[in-house]
Design a protein around this ligand. Structure first.
Ligand code: NAD
Ligand code: TYD
Length: 371
């Protein structure tokens, strides 16, 4: 197959492309605008492969998108390009409306025009796979209920509202025009190549530098964590075996309070990179009046996120039952691999610390002391 992937230079998109190139015979064309979150270094292991190509295109540019379809002639499409960070969406929603809603609309229209002209069997086997989030369902306030594919949409943030809008567009293009679509809604991902504005990589990198570990509010919000490579496998499974028009929820059965995630990261770091061997972090801590014996001393409770969702938790029984997918990693195995990856790849981290990233951190956390 020829697979067009949008947003392939991002965290999940790059895991999907590495999975396809490493484990299948298919070809991939990666369409990515390369925003602050796009990083071609995450694709270094596959970029020389003859089955991989890259086009720097904004999905809001319909003519450029049509050109890619014309040249590459995809058999299927996986749409991951998006603005993806809740805090940024609160700070400036415009880019989320543009890329997540208008960009998805453009992609649907270009795909529809292309699909309409396909002959059989390609027309029947074409798929528009839209990758979305569990955040479209809003949040849960008890400790036991789960999001199913039938849970009504109730997004809370500009990010989740823009993703919900894009899901509705995709569903409408299936029902009205017959475009063969698939939708997946996944819980929080973590793993290698994760941009350090999100909780887990931010905490790892701040701790390694002896900088404060910002926990919003009381740290009692719950997220359901899935290792990114498990998500990539789920997406491939849905793409190749999913029923047209269906939605599949994807999750890791790993519900954790934020504060527990942060403490787990601290204790793994105490073991893998003890402060006694991290003189720079130790010195930074002592300069702030801390003992410098354990990373947990760095935990700092900060102002809560406006509209902060309390709990997300996914019922992933449909994809498990119908498509035979389940996660390989437990949270304990995946989080340890993730910390080890950040310890082993300081050069990846160094290169993404661009001016744009630094100025976001200064704006978000005020004193410029993060990451
Ligand atoms: P990311 O922010 O790491 O990557 C997004 C990619 O999209 C980047 O490479 C960026 O350059 C590209 N992009 C942004 N705007 C673009 C545009 N206008 N045109 C072309 N490319 C553009 O995001 P991610 O975490 O990899 O998420 C990928 C998808 O999965 C998103 O749709 C997100 O909503 C969804 N999702 C993410 C999570 C998560 O935990 N990260 C969970 C569930 C679903
Ligand atoms: P995040 O990684 O931004 O993902 P999402 O908002 O999509 O769930 O945040 C995960 C959780 O961690 C969320 O409840 C907000 C919280 N959080 C902090 O407590 N401190 C931080 O510095 C960040 C970035 C997030």
């Amino acid at each position: 197959m020829k697979i067009l992937v949008t947003g392939g230079a991002g965290f999940i998109g790059s895991a999907v492309i590495r999975h396809i190139i490493d484990h299948t015979e298919h070809s991939v064309c990666n369409v990515d605008k390369l925003t602050y979150a796009g990083n071609l270094e995450s694709l270094a292991s596959v970029s020389d492969n003859e089955r991989y190509c890259f086009r720097r295109v904004d999905i809001c540019n319909r003519a450029a998108l049509a050109e890619v379809f014309h040249e590459f002639r995809p058999d299927v499409l996986m749409h991951l390009a998006a603005e993806s960070h809740v805090d940024r969406s609160i700070d400036g929603p415009a880019a989320f409306i543009e890329t997540n809603i208008v960009g998805t609309y453009n992609l649907l229209e270009v795909a529809r025009e292309y699909w309409n002209k396909l002959g059989e069997p390609n027309k029947s086997t074409f798929r528009f796979h839209h990758i979305s989030t569990d955040e479209v369902y809003g949040d849960l306030h008890d400790t036991s209920s789960l999001f199913t594919e039938a849970t009504p949409y109730a997004p809370s943030s500009p990010y989740s509202a823009s993703k919900a809008s894009s899901d509705h567009l995709v569903r409408a293009w299936k029902r009205t025009y017959g475009l063969p679509t698939l939708i997946t809604n996944c819980s929080n991902n973590y793993g290698p190549y994760h941009f350090p504005e999100k909780l887990i990589p931010l905490i790892i990198l701040n701790a390694l530098q002896g900088k404060p570990l910002p926990v919003y509010g009381k740290g009692d919000q719950v997220r359901d964590w899935l290792y990114v490579e498990d998500h990539a496998r789920a997406l491939y499974q849905v793409l190749t075996c999913g029923q047209v028009g269906e939605t599949y929820n994807v999750g890791g059965h790993n519900e954790k309070k934020n504060i527990d995630v942060v403490k787990t990261l601290c204790s793994i770091l105490d073991e893998l990179k003890p402060l006694a061997s991290n003189t720079a972090a130790c010195a930074a801590m002592r300069a702030s009046g801390l003992e410098g014996k354990a990373y947990e001393e760095l935990i700092s409770y900060v102002k809560d996120r406006p509209g902060h969702d309390q709990r997300y938790a996914i019922d992933a029984s449909k994809i498990e039952r119908e498509l035979g997918w389940k996660p390989d990693e437990t949270f304990e195995s995946g989080i340890r691999k993730t910390v080890q990856w950040y310890l082993d790849n300081p050069s990846w981290v160094e290169r993404i610390k661009s001016g744009a990233y630094q100025s976001w951190l200064d704006k978000q956390y005020g004193d410029g002391s993060q990451a």
